[in-house]
Design a binder for this molecule. Structure first.
Ligand code: FMN
Length: 214
């Protein structure tokens, strides 16, 4: 099953290398309504020490996240902002602006619901509109988080196959040991693993294109 595969789809993707050596990388972090969204502020802190970060949270994700714990240098957007930014024809569309702005998108946690929507091409909120408008020559990483029952559902594998075809890279969930001693898969990878996966990928891209750079 795809849980054992690494973030291989990122291979062959390019990042805005020239821009990124003269400015910080631009990372768009997004959170869905999984329990692991409580770790989203930690993820924002971790990435914002290295990169310029903007955040997108779904309506359900906002139930798990204490807005006050998002770092001040991270602007966080929710569905309402689409309509706050847009009043009339000719105004910019927030989902297009964000998808164009970012060098890399990271959805962590990715819920079963948003996974299914992305796999089916649905776009009914800010996050899924960004994904639908995404330029897949740029990398996108997802770190799923769901309980073992949702994880084992046959749809999970089908949907991951669809999004891997699009060019999305999976940061696999981890296996945890429950109180009863069972091993359960589906918990989101640790924020430091997510960060180091994305940063390692980014820096390897730069070194490949600009040998001699540190
Ligand atoms: C307390 C609670 C915890 C939940 N945890 C998860 C979870 O870990 N993973 C998941 O995929 N869905 C989880 N769900 C279900 C999602 O919140 C639900 O499918 C929601 O529609 C997801 O919306 P989003 O994908 O737009 O963020 C949970 C629901 C509740 C009420």
């Amino acid at each position: 099953m795809m849980a054992s595969s690494g973030p291989s789809s990122a291979e062959g993707k390019s990042v805005a290398v020239d821009a990124a050596v003269t400015r910080k990388p631009r990372i768009l972090l997004a959170a869905c309504g999984s329990t692991a969204a409580v770790k989203f502020p930690i993820l924002c802190h971790t990435f914002s020490d290295w990169a310029e970060v903007r955040a997108v949270v779904t309506t359900t994700a906002s139930r798990f996240i204490d807005k006050n714990t998002i770092p001040n240098n991270v602007v966080a957007f929710c569905d309402e902002h689409e309509w706050i930014c847009w009043n009339k024809i000719g105004d910019n569309l927030l989902h297009i602006e964000l998808s164009t702005w970012a060098d890399i998108m990271v959805i962590a946690p990715l819920s079963a619901n948003t996974l299914a929507k992305i796999a089916g091409g649905l776009c009914d909120n800010l996050l899924t509109c960004i994904v639908r408008a995404w330029d897949y020559s740029k990398p996108m990483f997802v770190a799923p988080s769901m309980n073992k029952f949702m994880w084992r559902n046959p749809f999970t594998e089908k949907h991951f196959m669809c999004i891997e075809e699009l060019g999305v890279s999976l940061i696999p969930p981890v296996t945890t040991r429950s109180a009863s001693g069972d091993h359960d898969t589906g918990a989101m990878a640790d924020p430091t693993t997510i960060y180091s996966t994305v940063r390692f990928f980014f820096e390897r891209q730069i070194l490949k294109k600009k040998p001699g750079m540190v």
